[in-house]
Design a protein around this ligand. Structure first.
Ligand SMILES: Cc1ncc(C[n+]2csc(CCOP(=O)(O)OP(=O)(O)O)c2C)c(N)n1
Ligand SMILES: [Mg+2]
Length: 567
């Protein structure tokens, strides 16, 4: 009981609770609102405190850690301004179903509701961004509420939890027993569910499995691939979740991202059964909600998701199975296979289309910097355990289409579409796995949003390789402009700094690549070093996607005429 415990400050109790939940790393930007926690961390060397340069970068690092490890990413930020900067990473953790625990310093309890210095009501501000928000007003409740935070962040559909910590509460001294670690709650598929799944599958002729969402351990990925191979089921990955099913397996048929292969999209439209495992089937994956009817999908839909709230939310499933993805994958791998002969040709044709898509499209070929050839080289060069991170932007189409992901390698990208993710995620990945090759992709736009976290990387002595696609524009938005308002370019041209000089000023290795043949030597030099590296790829602005050019998009929009261009 608490009575014979030595009193601790609220700050010390928070750190004791983090230890009880086996926290090994925390990302922070310091603030005077939580000095007590920082001071307690001074005495807790087993928790690695990473000092970041902006809370947006720190929040992306915590999110990437959560995605990579399956454990909550812990983020420490100060009240109003710190929390506002961190919001982008909290929103990303929410959309990406990533476990995260955010500790925010708050004004003293007796100042609340005066609009005290930097005061924000976090319950209101974070309500739509976080899975749960609470404020700890009594230091003796720290063990209870920190435990609840870890439980909520990891159970069901994982997500971010925000705890506001009034600074005077952190100074109070109380005797309270912390306890941990948390135990995530995950549902299992029932025997009846699995029987019905087999029955529905046996009745199908053109089935497709769609895998996505968070919570995929290496073992769960192996299990779901085994199930797919045993049943010869074609497997598509949802947006930025390409590392679930080994892309080299004969069952893998491609991904449903922003630049999805038209052949794959057509095939899913033709399918008579979709088995969605872990995926929410969100806007990007469903190709703007066009792949399936709403609410009647128009075909058999078996939807497996850890959260009851997601099942039947948009699409009415024939069979809804509430289950953790690892729990479902383990059960599916043990199922007796359904006779697959009827769809073997269907699966093989889908695989052939995917493999054909690995050959670069003619539109991009022949450029001085041939990105198709460079990506082909990288696909062969990256080891099985490489970690690839990505920012948001059109450049991400290149690694998404041409690299092949497999465990233990990883793909870490924001399904929230948040720019600025690529560099911090690469830094976090390299901190967790210093011995693995970490390659972060970003555009010139995204790089200047959070590229200052290179300083964090160099301070921590870890070296990811950043591939910076410089086309001197917010290319994605320019593409949309050309589609809707051809020739009317506004707000999307960028005047960039000298990226090589900038990277070198941080102490990073830097190179600029203009010709295809310069890429491999620059990459090898970066990989041979231990410092962070930035390789700038100078992209012809014409090369706007992996499949088409900017002028082709403009030509098509002009041919459609003003009314069609509006559509
Ligand atoms: C934080 C944030 N701001 C704005 C956007 C809207 N947006 C999406 S892509 C994009 C341009 C990305 O430019 P860049 O990083 O240079 O990549 P490119 O598209 O040129 O390859 C913008 C502004 C966003 N997704 N996230
Ligand atoms: Mg750009």
């Amino acid at each position: 009981m608490a009575t014979n415990l030595a009193p601790l400050s609220g700050g010390q109790l928070v750190v004791a609770a983090l230890r009880a939940h086996h926290v090994e790393i925390a990302f922070s930007v310091a603030g005077e609102s939580y000095l007590e926690i920082l001071d307690a961390l001074y005495d807790a060397p087993e928790i690695r405190l990473v000092t970041c340069r902006q809370e947006g970068g720190a929040a992306f690092m915590a999110e990437a850690y959560g995605k990579l490890s399956g454990k909550p990413g812990v983020l420490l930020v100060t009240r109003g301004p710190g929390a506002c900067n961190a919001a982008i990473g909290i929103h990303t953790a929410f959309q990406d179903s990533t476990p995260m625990v955010v500790l925010v310093g708050q004004v003293a309890r007796h100042q609340i509701d005066r609009e005290a210095f930097q005061e924000v009501d976090f319950r209101r501000m974070m309500a739509p961004l976080a899975k749960w928000v609470a404020q700890i007003d009594l230091a003796e409740r720290i063990p209870e509420l920190v435990n609840q935070a870890f439980q909520v962040a990891t159970s069901g559909r994982p997500g971010p939890v925000v705890l506001a910590l009034p600074e005077d509460m952190l100074r109070d001294r109380v005797a309270a027993a912390v306890s941990g670690p948390y135990r995530a709650v995950r549902a299992h598929p029932g025997a009846g569910d699995l029987d019905e799944l087999r029955r529905l599958l046996a009745a199908a002729e053109r089935p497709v499995m769609l895998v996505g969402g968070g919570g995929w351990s290496d073992a769960a990925c192996r299990d779901i691939t085994r199930f797919a191979e045993a049943n010869d089921l074609p497997v598509a990955a949802s947006f930025r979740r390409q590392d679930i099913c080994d892309n080299r397996s004969r069952v893998y048929v491609g991904d449903l991202g922003t630049g999805a292969s038209p052949a794959l999209v057509a095939r899913i439209r033709q399918s008579d059964l979709v088995l969605a495992v872990g995926a929410r089937i969100g806007e990007i994956t469903s190709q703007s909600y066009s792949l399936l009817g709403i609410p009647d999908p128009g075909k058999t839909l078996i939807h497996v998701h850890p959260s009851a709230e997601e099942l039947g939310r948009v699409f009415r499933p024939t069979l809804a199975i509430q289950s953790g993805v690892a729990e479902f994958a383990a059960a599916a791998a043990r199922l007796a296979p359904v006779s697959a002969a009827v769809w073997t040709d269907w699966r093989a044709a889908a695989r052939a289309e995917y493999e054909a898509g690995l050959a670069p499209s003619p539109a991009a070929a022949g450029a001085t910097l041939d990105l198709g050839r460079i990506m082909g080289w990288l696909r062969r060069r990256l080891p099985d355990d490489a970690i690839v991170t990505s920012d948001a932007g059109n450049f991400s189409g290149w690694p998404n289409r041409f690299l092949q992901y497999r465990r233990p390698g990883r793909q870490l990208g924001p399904t929230s579409g948040a720019m600025g993710y690529g560099v911090p995620a690469a830094v976090a990945a390299k901190l967790v796995h210093p011995g693995r090759l970490v390659v972060g992709f970003c555009g010139d736009g995204g790089f200047l949003m959070t590229g200052q976290e290179l300083a964090t990387s160099l301070a921590a002595g870890v070296g990811p390789i950043i591939l910076l696609f410089n086309n001197a524009m917010y290319g994605t938005i320019r593409m949309h402009q050309e589609r809707r308002f051809p020739g009317r370019v506004v707000g999307t041209a960028l005047a960039n700094p000298d990226f090589v000089a900038l990277a070198r000023a941080y102490g990073a290795f830097a190179a600029s690549v203009e010709r295809t043949e310069e890429f491999a030597p620059a990459f090898e030099e970066a990989a041979a070093g231990t410092r962070a590296a930035v390789i700038e790829l100078r992209i012809d602005p014409e090369v706007i996607t992996t499949r088409t050019t900017l002028s082709e998009i403009r030509r098509q929009a002009e041919a459609r005429g003003p009314s069609r261009a509006e559509a």
